[in-house]
Every structure is written in C-alpha cells, then in structure tokens.
Write a protein of this length. Structure first.
Length: 556
RNA sequence: UGGGGUGUCGCCAAGUGGUAAGGCAACGGGUUUUGAUCCCGUCAUUCGUAGGUUCGAGUCCUACCACCUCAGCCA
C-alpha cells in the first residue's frame, strides 16, 4: 500500500492555495474537532480525510481536538475509540491530542473581558422563557429584561455562577448582540450554562461550561488554526464565530469554511439512529460489520486505503447530494483486488469423487496467492474426494451453464487439473448429492492433449483436508435507499436478512490467517478474518463484499 | 412564510465569457486456470426554468421554480 498524497482540487484547497500564494499564510494548520460523545462514522471519515489531507497536501499540520464542552454526554471510551479510528485511517495529528477544555481558563478570562466591554450579560430567563423571547424564524426576538444589568452586577453574578451559587438553568451568560437579527444565532447566544457535572478531563473544577459557539472559534485561534473546516449546517454560525473573534483579544484570526456533509444511500449516519440500531439489538454493537462506523467498516474488512480513495472520489463541494454505496464498494473492491491474497473456500459443498485416482492419492499443489503481486505460494492438498460448490454442477448442459461442471462437460479445477463429470447421484428430493468424475491426465498447468479446452474454472477443496470455518455473510442493513427520509420509521426498512451465518470448507492454509487479514475467496468474494472472533482452530471470516457479477449470471 | 445555501448525464463531480473533463453505474466487445481482474468501445447539441446582455453564456444580469438549512442553556 503506497502512501501517496491525493491531490485535491476542491474549493477549499483553492482557497488555501490562494492564501499561500498571496502570503496571507506561510503555513497552514487545520483540525479535526469531534465531540467525544459517540463513535466516528463514514461521514467523519470524509472530514478526517479532508482536514488531514489538506494539511499534508500543503505541507501543513492538522490537530486532533476534542470539542468537550458538554461533559454529560462525553466519555473517555469515546475519546479512545476516536483516536484509534483516526490512526487506523492512516493519519497522525500534530503534537498531543488537544481538548477544548484545555482552554477553559482562557475562555473564562475572555468571557470576563466581554462583560467588561458591555458585550455579555448574565440572564435569569429560564430556558423556556428564553425561547419565547427569542422570537421565531419570521419574527424578531425581544430583549431579555436582564440585558441591561451593569458591568459590576454581571461580573459579580458570573463569578457566583462559577462558584456554584446557583442551580442549573437558573442563570446563563449571554453575548449581547442583536435580538432582532434574522440569524437566530445572533439573538444573544448563550456563552456559558451551569452544569454541576463531572468532566472527563477537568474533573470537578468547573460547574459552568462554555457552549460550542463560544468555544470553537477561540480554540481555533489559540491553536493557530488557519482554515477551520466544518459542515454546511454551521454556516449560520459563521457570523457568530467571527463576532467572537472580532471582539476578543485572540492571538489569530481563523476563518471558517463549510462543505456539504456526506449522505450515502442505504445507510443512516445520524448518531441517534445508529444508537437505536445498537440499543434495539438490530446489530451487535457500534462495531458490527454492518454499521457505517469506522470501527464497523474496519471489522467488515474495508481497508484504510479504500476509505481514503472513496473520500477522494466523492469530492468536496457545497452541494448536498446522495452518494451511491456502489462508489464505496468500488473503492473497496479495487483495493482488495490489488492487494488481497487469494484462497479457496467452498460454501455449499457437493462431493466429487475423481474415480481414476487412488483412494490414498495426495498431491501437494502450489498455488499462487496473487496473479500479479509477488505474494508467494501456498500448498493445497489434492485428493480423490473433493468438494465443489453445489452451484457449480448442473445436471444438464446449457449455454448459460457452459462454465459449470455437467456430465460430459469439462471444467478446470482452479490451481489444479481438468476433470470431466461422468455420473451423479440424487436424493429423494431430487438434490444432487454426489458427482463422479474423471481426471484428464497431464493437465496441470496445461491444456488437455486432445485440445478440448475446459470452458470453466471451479474452486474446490480436498474433502479430507479442508477445515470448517464460520462465514458471516453480510448484506446491506436497509432495504430502502433513504431509510431516514421516508414517511415511516427508518426501523421499518431494516433488512431482516442482512446477516447469514454459514459453515464453509476452507483450504488448510487459512487456519493460519491473522485476525483482520483480507482474502479473496476465489469466485465468491472478499473476506476478512474477524478482528475479535477469529481464533486459531476456529476460523471466522466476514464477507467484506462480493465479487462483481455478470448480469446474466446473477439473474440465474 | 424571515435569513442563509445549493441546483451540470441515473449518482458523484470538473468547468472562473470562447464552443460540456473525469470517476461510479449501465450497455456492447476482446483477453483470462476467478463469469473477477485487465483491455477496447458506447453513454449531456446541453448545464433547474424563462427572459436579457454579448460576435459568443453552464459561466454575466433579471425574474421565477425546486431542494437543503436555522427558532438546544447539543455539537
């Protein structure tokens, strides 16, 4: 896997290039600023690739900063998981991990600065009253009756808020801006609220916590962030972001830029919905291979490179669209095709007895792990009795089944000899239970002497040497392209067959597979040894994604 | 209905006044010890709509339409 830097030419990259060309900046600094209140998903992957990618592309750096201003919803568990996900994706942040809470002292000082300037005040309105005073989208708000308190009174009250003298919700510090602004964010936004909560980083030092709006821009300024990139829904917050920067003695003037968040079809990415899937037991957890979380996709067998490629493919714009899951699947297949070693696994076994072989025939054949890469070879045992997939034998030849084994029709056993079916047995229900075949001599690595070439190639395993493995066959989680945009409940569109567990026969070499190693089980799909459950002696593989299939074939 | 934003092929997306890139998907064909991969080919006289400016408009102007987004002491 080469660590090439994808050159992005999106609108943000152009802005950065201009800023570099004009001398506005000599070095750029970006940041990825998650709140540690949940697991990262594919949408975050886009943001991570953008922020870290931009920094790398322009020779700058990118910080990882936890926006931890709402302690009750956050935890160390999420912090650890997020750090792991970012690293797994292949990115390294500059210096130590940062926390907005590192800046609480500075933020508090600056709040006092605003109070002294007459630009912030302590408001006694309850949350409900504040909502009424705020007005609506079409009507201006009304000034809070506490808006004109003196600087001295505000200073005193704010200090007493900090000391814990008031109950939660009893008071809040607000910026004094404009209650008639058409932008709701400018209608005297809350800067500090009382929360008598333990914080995962600052413990019990504070009982007042700054809001996102009051924290984000100043944190960017402190860290010297030059380009603060976020999603479109924060666009309306930009005037407020700028207001704080303009009215505070901050050490830098960061600028915010917004891009459109990722929407993927057949997928939900809202934290609320993902949590519901976990809580309702629809999936086994946040890292269930069907989840669009980074840890879920990792366990599914997606690779960091494939996710990075996908993010490059979809681009970065300000328009909000819906990306087809096929694009992600393409990125995954491409990377796996190029890099995953090949192996053979038979999912629905049908015994084939090669009658012109001795009962104790055992031949260790060499099979290359990859057709292009120099990944070496493994030994596969070839014996008189083998298994092929039930779907690869047909009782009667037809053009559609020309690549199948049928009586009188030859096929090549992958990495092995050519055989020809001679006879077969059926059970009471009419299912084929056994096939008898003849091996065509001298066809290892060459065509039959009679020049009648086999039309098809079939994968197989030795019946006496193959091992059993659990295969977890994953399909899409939803039956609707936009499960969260229908009239009904998105849970109504959960695919009941998104997981099927089957037992397959795999070639012995697979027992040595390390957890998280990717394979292509030839003619079946890409599989990964499960990160947690795959153990020596009890192999467990997850279906990452099937191979592309011929249209006609898949309809049969 | 007030503010902000977006509209280029089924999907994503270049395009910055000079005559519509690319990728995904789809569809043909070739190679192949994976019906995979790979290769070759097809796929927007037209850019939300209607006017206007210009020798020339996806790009400029005007109006309209559609969709997204904002009324947490969440981020």
């Amino acid at each position: 896997m080469t660590d090439s830097i994808a050159i992005n030419n999106n609108f943000i990259a152009k802005i950065i290039q201009d800023d570099l060309d004009s001398g506005k900046h000599t070095k750029i600094v970006t940041r990825f600023p998650p709140e540690p209140n949940g697991y990262l998903h594919v949408g975050h992957a886009k943001s991570i690739c953008l922020n870290f990618g931009l920094a790398k592309q322009f020779g700058g750096v990118c910080n990882l900063r936890f926006d931890d201003t709402n302690p009750e919803k956050e935890s160390q568990e999420y912090i650890d998981a997020i750090k792991e996900d970012v690293n797994w994706l292949g990115f390294e942040w500059e210096g130590d991990v940062r926390y907005a809470s590192d800046y609480f002292d500075q933020l508090h000082e600056w709040a006092i600065h605003l109070i002294k300037e007459g630009k912030a005040y302590v408001c006694d309105l309850s949350a409900e009253e504040a909502r009424e005073y705020r007005g609506t989208l079409t009507e201006p708000g009304k000034n809070s009756p506490y808006r004109d308190r003196s600087v001295e009174e505000n200073l005193d009250l704010f200090e007493r808020m900090r000391l814990g003298e008031f109950d939660e919700g009893a008071k809040a510090l607000r910026a004094k801006i404009d209650m008639a602004s058409p932008n709701m964010n400018m209608r005297d936004p809350i800067m500090y609220r009382i929360r008598k909560a333990h914080h995962h980083q600052t413990a019990d030092k504070w009982c007042i916590y700054p809001t996102y709006d009051y924290t984000h821009g100043q944190s960017d300024a402190i860290e010297g962030i030059t380009h603060s990139v976020c999603t479109l829904e924060f666009e309306d917050h930009k005037p407020l972001y700028d207001w704080f920067i303009d009215n505070l003695p901050v050490p830098a003037q960061p600028k915010q830029y917004e891009f459109g968040r990722l929407n993927l079809d057949y997928t939900v990415t809202s934290k609320r919905r993902l949590k519901l899937l976990v809580d309702e037991g629809v999936v086994s957890g946040w890292n269930d291979p069907r989840m669009p979380t980074i840890s879920g996709m990792r366990r599914r067998g997606f690779t960091p490179a494939s996710l990075r490629t996908f993010c490059d493919m979809i681009g970065v714009t300000r328009s909000d669209g819906m990306v087809e899951i096929a694009m992600l699947e393409h990125a995954v297949r491409t990377d796996l095709n190029n890099n995953a070693p090949r192996a053979m696994a038979v999912i629905n076994p049908l015994k084939v007895i090669i009658e012109n072989l001795d009962d104790d025939h055992l031949e260790m054949l060499d099979a290359a792990y990859h057709h292009e890469l120099e990944l070496g070879t493994r030994k596969i045992p070839f014996t008189k009795e083998i298994y092929i997939d039930q779907a690869d034998f047909k009782e009667e030849y037809s053009k559609k089944f020309k690549k199948k084994l049928t009586p009188g029709n030859r096929i090549r056993l992958r990495n092995s000899y050519v055989i020809e079916a001679t006879d077969y047995e059926k059970d009471a229900e009419g299912n084929v239970t056994l096939v008898r075949a003849q091996l065509i001599e001298d066809t290892l690595g060459k065509n039959p002497a009679d020049d009648i070439k086999p039309k098809g190639v079939v994968h197989w395993v030795s019946a006496s040497h193959a091992k059993q493995a659990e295969l977890r066959m994953y399909g899409r989680l939803f039956t609707h392209a936009s499960p969260d945009k229908t009239d009904g409940d998105f849970m109504d569109y959960v695919n009941p067959d998104s997981l099927q567990v089957v037992t397959a026969w795999v070639e012995p070499a697979l027992l040595d597979a390390a957890p998280e190693s990717n394979f292509q089980f030839e003619r079946e799909g890409y599989f990964v040894a499960d990160r947690y459950d795959h153990k020596p002696g009890s192999p467990v593989f997850n279906l990452t994604i099937g191979l592309r299939e011929d249209k006609e074939l898949s309809q049969g």
